[in-house]
Design a protein around this ligand. Structure first.
Ligand SMILES: NC(=O)c1ccc[n+]([C@@H]2O[C@H](COP(=O)([O-])OP(=O)(O)OC[C@H]3O[C@@H](n4cnc5c(N)ncnc54)[C@H](OP(=O)(O)O)[C@@H]3O)[C@@H](O)[C@H]2O)c1
Length: 294
């Protein structure tokens, strides 16, 4: 079994190198090997490797900057996946692709299911939805995982940025009206390998799934949890969960609009693949512990 992984330096890509290794030989590429800003060149790379599975962990994730870099964002998040999907279809290979809660507008009261109507608010959200649609339209065997608030100890993320900020100042404003689920890149990679393994013997399982840890949090809940963890583990901070100020998202003007409700229901994923997802707090604890290992 040959697996071709794009984006090995990213949060999810790095973890996938380990998780996918149990399924076969993984060729893992970086931006230097394959630049998604030039989608047409990807076809030659795929054909040279002739994989059984293509895994796309590449994304243009600069949500605010995307409002100005529309062309680049669209090339990476929509046009490149289209090329990969067409190549996968031609090779009869699987394509694993990742997407986001930001394909929704966040106005629903409940967690979104896979069948809920999409309605992205930003250039990033539009580009990710377009990427998904290209994958589905290509006719290739595919798994699309929508996820939210991804974290890993290896790259900048909300929790690690918060700890830096909390070391410098006492009062920090945090949105209490924006909800999603912090999800570990390690969890996503393990879920991917598990689901892919099942799909390899039952192609009818290929579909779009919501893949997040169990539970939900506001930005404020998430920040409180991180600062309580810091207090309990002797990580020095000036701010604490008590000095966080609850505000609304409108207090943080940003170039891109984000959904207030980014909650994704993982019920279909759990039922289809027999997965029990760990609570989001466990994943954040693991990430913080690893980030603070000497
Ligand atoms: N991060 C989140 O909170 C979040 C939330 C929801 C969904 N997702 C989705 O989850 C998936 C994985 O995200 P992640 O958090 O692992 O992202 P990440 O850590 O930002 O990694 C993105 C990867 O894409 C690569 N990349 C970016 N532009 C490229 C280009 N032009 N050519 C080639 N490679 C390029 C990066 O390369 P370098 O290593 O060279 O930078 C990096 O390896 C993505 O589909 C993302 O949209 C993420």
């Amino acid at each position: 079994m040959k697996l071709l992984l794009f984006g090995k330096g990213g949060q999810v890509g790095w973890e996938l190198q380990r998780s996918l290794s149990v399924l076969g030989a993984v060729t893992a590429l970086t931006r230097r090997d394959a630049d998604f800003a030039r989608p047409a060149a990807l076809a030659t790379i795929v054909r040279a490797i002739d994989p059984d599975v293509i895994v796309n962990a590449v994304a243009y994730n600069a949500v605010d900057l995307a409002e100005r870099e529309v062309e680049l964002c669209t090339a990476v998040n929509a046009q490149a996946p289209r090329v990969l999907a067409n190549e996968a279809a031609a090779l009869d290979a699987w394509l694993v692709h990742y997407s986001t809660d930001q394909v929704f507008n966040g106005s629903a009261c409940l967690p979104y299911t896979e069948h809920a109507a999409t309605g992205p608010l930003s250039v990033y959200g539009h580009s990710k939805l377009e990427g998904e649609n290209h994958v589905r339209a290509s006719g290739c065997k595919h798994l699309i995982f929508r996820t939210s608030w991804v974290h890993s100890p290896r790259r900048d993320n909300f929790a690690l940025r918060l700890l830096k900020m909390a070391a410098e100042r006492e009062a920090i404003d945090m949105a209490a009206d924006q909800f999603a689920t912090p999800t570990g890149a390690d969890l996503l990679a393990d879920v991917t390998a598990h689901a892919l393994h099942a799909c390899l013997s039952n192609a009818s399982l290929g579909a779009t799934y919501h893949a997040v840890a169990a539970g939900e949090a506001s930005r404020l809940d998430y920040a409180r949890f991180v600062l309580d963890w810091a207090r309990d583990h002797g990580v020095p901070t000036r701010a604490s969960s008590e000095t966080l100020r609850a505000v609304t998202s409108t207090e943080f003007p940003s170039a891109a609009r984000r959904p207030l409700n980014g909650r994704l229901s993982p019920d279909k994923l759990c039922a289809t693949f027999g997965i029990a997802l760990p609570p989001w707090r466990d994943g954040v604890k693991r990430m913080l512990a690893e980030a603070h290992l000497a």
